[in-house]
Design a protein around this ligand. Structure first.
Ligand code: ARG
Length: 266
């Protein structure tokens, strides 16, 4: 009986000691003197873009993907930690030029127009434009978009492409939305006749949606993805060096294999 009491007391004292210890540790960390602190870089992205960046709700609510792995690898190499900020794709350039984010990794294509406001790394992955339509009502050429309702992502180069086709004389209605999954939904429900998105992203949806069909836009210049930075950021060169290493040491191929050989996207 007495022994039990003693065991209880010791346990209680231990618990108090642990709590006290935890508290003092926390204090230490907040003063920044117990942990060696790495500089945190804020990455802007639009997590609507599997397999580049997206949330797989069956696995959790973290943003995952090809771009996230690239960012983590580069950060590790350079000794930074990364914090991800999710926003609409159309807001990313402004987020960079107002320095609310340190860099953007969002499958973003380096265009002349964007280069007026931001700097880009080397291209790390190339892509083409694709017309995605319903399998039962296939649209395979830009001319067939005549009279159709066509969805594109707001602020994307696919929006520019659709406008170019329209200006070239194909009468169609172009509708812009912020998020790729919404475009897919509108297409699947028949509210749109087609959408124009990147083949690298379309392929994932095509694999898991038999009711959709995709066709690459003919005669278009290849597009690609690069990291974007605020103008004159020192990070551009640092990142470029690591991207170059990744292309040489097989890391980039390994990540391409990991993310683009997958066969399902909801
Ligand atoms: N590559 C295209 C562009 O730069 C589309 C990128 C869209 N990215 C995204 N995370 N939604 O315009």
């Amino acid at each position: 009986m007495k022994r039990n009491w003693l065991v209880g007391l010791v346990g209680l004292l231990l618990a108090i000691a642990l709590v006290a210890c935890g508290a003092s540790n926390e204090d230490g960390a907040s003063n920044g003197d117990t942990k060696e602190s790495k500089e945190t870089l804020v990455m802007g992205t639009s997590a609507d873009y599997p397999p580049f960046e997206y949330i797989d709700s069956s696995k959790g609510d973290d943003i995952i993907g090809f771009d996230v792995d690239i960012a983590n690898y580069i950060a590790d190499e350079l000794g930074y930690t990364i914090e991800i900020k999710d926003m609409d794709f159309s807001g990313l350039i402004t987020a960079l030029s107002s320095e609310r984010v340190d860099f953007v990794l969002a499958g973003m294509t380096p265009t002349e127009e964007r280069k007026e406001n931001v700097d880009f790394s080397e291209i790390y992955y190339t892509a083409n434009h694709m017309i995605v339509s319903s399998a039962s009502n296939k649209i395979t050429t830009p001319e067939e978009l005549e009279g159709k309702k066509v969805g594109v992502q707001l602020g994307s180069i696919q929006e520019d492409k659709a406008n170019e086709i329209k200006d070239g004389g194909v009468g169609m209605e172009i509708i812009t939305l912020n998020r790729i999954p919404e475009l897919i939904q509108e297409l699947k429900s028949g509210r749109y006749d087609a959408i124009v998105i990147e083949d690298t992203v379309a392929n994932g949806y095509l694999k898991s949606n038999d009711d959709l069909s995709g066709e690459n836009l003919p005669n278009t210049e290849e597009a690609g993805s690069a990291v974007a930075f605020p103008k004159d950021s020192e990070l551009t060169e640092e990142f470029n060096n690591v991207i170059k290493d990744m292309k040489e040491n097989g890391k980039m191929d390994e990540l391409i294999e990991k993310w683009f050989a997958q066969d399902t996207v909801e």
